[in-house]
Design a protein around this ligand. Structure first.
Ligand code: NAD
Length: 260
């Protein structure tokens, strides 16, 4: 159980981050949410978590591309909860284009949000984790941390980088009660992926349902989406005692994507 522990999940106002926050709350953790969105909606998410699971919640709107805002958020976590025990680096964005057409500012934003933000949260979370000699750092990489797809240069570079950063973090904490691992999902039907479904429907003149099927058929042998709930259950497992010696892995949950 994660009772009396605090989890910070970056990018948890939507999709996978929200699913993982819910699973960690169900396991008893207090939750610090982060991400963009309407305050009213975010307050509703907080109220639901508090009522359903009897945990405390907080929200910080730090833009994960901004080091100073990340530092401010970590400071608030320290003041409100005495530090972050479970750090889930999940915030991420995607942009799909050939390298020669790739907007330079999109490249910079993807590297900042999908990779560099994890360096900042990790370096700022480690001192209090080390003081307690317990911690869990879970980095949401992707199958694109293990293999590539065309037109996703920045994303693939950032996610491969995040898997590498995960391994270094695991080694530097190997003699402590802190573990660091990456989760590598295949397709999960979130707003990030729905945009790619919409683009395919438009390009190929397909219905929404057929565009989803075509997207899955290309890469994901199960033909089914991975769900935020399944990813949340894996995160909770990493937090359990059984996870004490799971260190530095990049665990894919991908319907068979990288088995091919
Ligand atoms: P999503 O778009 O549903 O959610 C992204 C979250 O990140 C939102 O809460 C958003 O507000 C937040 N966010 C975006 N930019 C931010 C910024 N600058 N600062 C703070 N928060 C920011 O996406 P998702 O599909 O749930 O993706 C979550 C993570 O999982 C990402 O790292 C993504 O790369 C990874 N992932 C997703 C899939 C998939 O199929 N959906 C597959 C593999 C990996």
């Amino acid at each position: 159980t994660l009772k009396d522990k605090t989890a910070l999940v970056t990018g948890s106002t939507s999709g996978i981050g929200l699913g993982i926050a819910r699973s960690l709350a169900a396991a008893g953790a207090n939750i610090m949410l982060n991400g963009f969105g309407e305050l009213e909606q975010i307050n509703a998410i907080r109220a639901d978590l508090e009522k359903e699971f009897g945990v405390k919640t907080a929200y910080h709107n730090a833009d994960m591309s901004q080091a100073a805002q990340i530092a401010a958020m970590m400071e608030v976590a320290m003041q409100e909860f005495g530090g972050v025990d479970v750090l889930v680096n999940n915030a991420g964005i995607q942009h799909v284009a050939n390298i020669e057409d790739f907007p330079v500012e999109k490249w910079d934003a993807i590297i900042a949000i999908n990779l560099t933000s994890a360096f900042h949260t990790t370096r700022l979370a480690l001192p209090s984790m080390k003081a307690k000699n317990w911690g869990r750092i879970i980095n949401l990489a992707s199958v694109h941390g293990l293999v590539a797809s065309a037109q996703k240069s920045a994303y693939v570079a950032a996610k491969h980088g995040l898997v590498g950063f995960t391994k270094t973090t695991a080694l530097e904490t190997a003699h402590t009660g802190i573990t660091c691992n990456a989760i590598c999902p295949g397709w999960v039907l979130t707003p990030l992926v729905q945009k790619q479904v919409d683009a395919r429907a438009l390009a190929e003149g397909l219905s929404n349902e057929d565009a989803k099927k075509s997207l899955l058929a290309e890469k994901q042998p199960s033909g089914e989406f991975v769900t935020p709930e399944q990813l949340g259950a894996l995160a909770v497992f990493f937090c359990s005692e059984a996870g004490n010696q799971i260190r530095g892995v990049a665990w894919n949950m991908d319907g068979g994507w990288v088995a091919q």
